[in-house]
Write a protein that binds this ligand. Structure first.
Ligand code: SAM
Length: 243
């Protein structure tokens, strides 16, 4: 046994016991409660390689329709001096739109090309992180209350299981400043990975009712503006969000 073996065994034991003690916070009908694997950057790589069109790597693609709609809203909003987290980097359209206006823009992606492309742009106060948003590493990447706006047009589209989707929502709530918001879009809510490899349970295709059920489990209120959905801390819900 080498020196790191006891630490690895202890960490595996801790993960196992966390998994055993997991009690879902909300129920929208998911059957896969715990996939049993720590989410990694390459979790969906097999799906990406299987597909004949881009699934994960949008570094060379125009923004999707839903991302473009979010960007139109961003272009009309006053985000001067704000801290932005963009989940699902794509071709860094958000950073190209907001660099020099927002105080900083951080982005996360599982696509290596998006990570390289985004960082190579050398935009002011912009950094891309190669991280799975469902991972513990992402949960620990940023300080609590770091962001005014968190953008994710595919909130649950790549959810491996209830436990890790819940971890993601917990992280989002932790990262939001008190008046911050999460912004998503109807089209991306409706889409899940469904190509025959590593498919996501269809239950994670969200509608307004499911989004409200999830949000309320974290003390968030949902406000709809046409096809955009904003999640903000519900008044008096801070205690729920922290519990
Ligand atoms: C279809 S592309 C969309 C890119 C961009 N948001 C747009 O709509 O134009 C999906 C994006 O989600 C990211 N992604 C998928 N699963 C992820 C995960 N578990 N953690 C972090 N990013 C993920 C991919 O890396 C990619 O950036």
């Amino acid at each position: 046994m080498n020196d790191s073996a006891p630490a690895a065994a202890a960490s595996a034991a801790a993960a196992h016991s966390a998994s055993l003690s997991f009690r879902p916070r909300f129920d929208i009908g998911a059957a896969r409660i715990d996939c049993g694997h720590e989410p990694r950057v390459d979790t969906h790589e097999a799906a990406d390689q299987h597909a004949s069109w881009p699934v994960l790597d949008y570094s060379e693609c125009e923004p999707t329709e839903d991302q473009a709609a979010i960007n139109r809203w961003l272009a009309s909003a006053d985000l001067r001096g704000r801290d932005i987290l963009h989940v699902g980097t794509g071709n860094s359209s958000v950073a190209r739109l907001l660099a020099g206006t927002a105080r900083r823009i951080e982005s996360v992606t599982v696509a290596r090309n998006e990570w390289q492309h985004g960082n190579a742009l050398k935009l002011r106060d912009y950094r891309v992180h190669l991280l799975n948003k469902h991972s513990q590493a992402f949960a620990e990447q940023f300080e609590a209350a770091s962001f005014d706006a968190i953008l994710d047009n595919n909130l649950a589209s790549f959810g491996c299981c209830q436990r890790h989707v819940e971890r993601y929502f917990e992280t989002l709530v932790r990262l939001l400043k008190p008046d911050g918001f999460v912004l998503t879009h109807w089209l991306g809510m409706q889409w899940t990975l469904d190509i025959g490899v590593d498919d996501v349970e269809p239950v994670w295709r969200l509608d307004a009712g499911k989004l409200r059920a999830i949000a309320s489990a974290y003390g968030l209120a949902v406000e709809r503006q046409d096809e955009l959905f904003f999640l903000r801390r519900a008044r008096g819900a801070a205690a729920v969000a922290r519990s």
